[in-house]
Design a protein around this ligand. Structure first.
Ligand SMILES: Cc1cc2nc3c(=O)[nH]c(=O)nc-3n(C[C@H](O)[C@H](O)[C@H](O)COP(=O)(O)O)c2cc1C
Length: 400
């Protein structure tokens, strides 16, 4: 069977859903799957934008062949060489002998690293800002280096269709709603879009801001990302671009406190809980507590970027930082985490370097310390309870 959406008269989304792969990039859980989007324009020239993960080639071919009918492809535009979109390129090229590959110098370098140079005579190399006529449309190539990979390029058609590679994508298979105007973005979409962006593209915030600047003044009527729904309604497009500006600048979206704790026997957890109750007493609305041993880091990291305040615990473990907190903090820093307010609870029974190690890991994040470190000796006592009340007040005050 075939399954695709006709977005315009001659524009099709022919991607597939993947509910079988457990982890994106073999790291990030996808409880709701993911979609690999590929797009087809049937203008005078027939142009395919990216392919899908080769494991889904059969579904993809049924969609593509049905949408193409008797036509053959003239161009395959590669916006991004990551294998979840490019691993079927060689198969498509073999089926479409006159199809040219459109990419930039780096695209073809990576293509050869993955597939060798058997398609060399089919390259159409484009430079930043160059255009290609395909009939009633002209395609403009806008390089977006490091908006995930170095070779990434956006393509803007003269009809205002923006093929944005991994930008503006999300986790989650398409559940019928192939366009964001068909869903409530806040309820059904934005948390997973944030988790996708922060964990996958997050570190490249400067590159994201740079591409958004390049797009200013250009008319974008539709965004067609490689994962998740398309965006074709003005207010949805503006909403999502604003989110990208905030995320790309490493700014928080909301006042709130993310508490990431670790605890072997519950004493440090009790302190984290007590802090949360006291924060609530001080009027803080958004409080999220995560045990770093329980949750996949990608969820905690996404919320750490979302909120203004971050609290972590540093418990001593064989005189080092508890290994799961150590790993979590390192992964957090890998996403470019910065410019947040931070508070710390430590726990030691006899001694160690946990607090120092955590500080060293977070050094590049330029965090503003709020309140004094709460140093537990094994468990809470009256004095520490008083300190937690003071810390909660200091954190709440830091939001005003
Ligand atoms: C396996 C293990 C190793 C520990 N290593 C240290 C250590 O090197 N230095 C130290 O001060 N406390 C050490 N502790 C004690 C903890 O840091 C902490 O004080 C204690 O586990 C109470 O906190 P919790 O109930 O939140 O786990 C260790 C505890 C465990 C179970």
């Amino acid at each position: 069977m075939f399954f695709y959406q006709q977005l315009e008269n001659d524009l099709y989304r022919i991607g597939v859903n993947d509910r079988r792969t457990a982890r994106f990039e073999n790291m990030f859980p996808m409880p709701d799957g993911v979609s690999y989007n590929s797009y087809l324009i049937k203008d005078e020239k027939k142009v395919l934008f990216d392919t899908v993960d080769a494991s889904f080639i059969n579904d993809f071919y049924s969609n593509l062949n049905h949408a193409l009918g008797e036509d053959k492809l003239d161009y395959l535009v590669i916006t991004h060489m990551e294998p979840d979109h490019s691993s079927a390129i060689n198969m498509v090229l073999k089926d479409h002998p006159d199809c040219k590959l459109v990419g930039n110098k780096k695209t073809f370098q990576f293509l050869e690293q993955f597939f060798g140079d058997e398609f060399k005579d089919r390259y159409l190399e484009v430079k930043n800002g160059e255009t290609l006529e395909i009939g009633k449309r002209t395609l403009e190539f806008i390089f977006a280096p490091m908006v995930h990979w170095p070779e990434v390029m956006f393509v803007l058609s003269s009809e205002g269709e923006l093929f944005s590679a991994d930008a503006f994508g999300t986790f989650g298979a398409i559940e019928g709603h192939y366009s964001s105007d068909l869903i409530d973005m806040d309820r059904a979409f934005i948390d997973e879009a944030r988790r996708y962006y922060i964990n996958i593209v997050g570190k490249q915030g400067r590159s994201v801001i740079a591409i958004l600047k390049k797009l200013e003044g250009k008319e974008v009527k539709m965004i067609l990302p490689l994962h998740g729904p398309i965006h074709r309604q003005k207010d949805k497009i503006e909403y999502f671009i604003e989110k990208y500006k905030t995320w790309g600048s490493f700014e928080s979206e909301e006042d709130g406190v993310l508490i990431a704790y670790s605890s072997m026997y519950g004493n440090t957890e009790e302190a984290a809980d007590m802090l949360a109750y006291e924060l609530s007493e001080n009027g803080v609305k958004n409080i999220h507590i995560y045990d770093v041993s329980e949750y996949d880091y990608s969820y905690i990291i996404s919320d750490a970027h979302k909120f203004s305040n971050f609290v972590y615990t540093a418990i001593n473990y064989n005189t080092d930082l508890y290994p799961r907190m150590d790993a979590f903090l390192r992964e957090l820093v890998c996403t470019g985490f910065q410019n947040r307010k931070v508070s710390v609870i430590t726990n030691m029974s006899w001694g160690g370097r946990a607090e120092k190690i955590a500080e060293e890991i977070l050094e590049s994040s330029k965090l503003e310390k709020i309140g004094e470190t709460i140093s537990l000796k094994s468990s809470l006592d009256e004095e520490k309870v008083g300190e937690i009340k003071e810390l909660a007040k200091a954190i709440a005050d830091s939001m005003k």
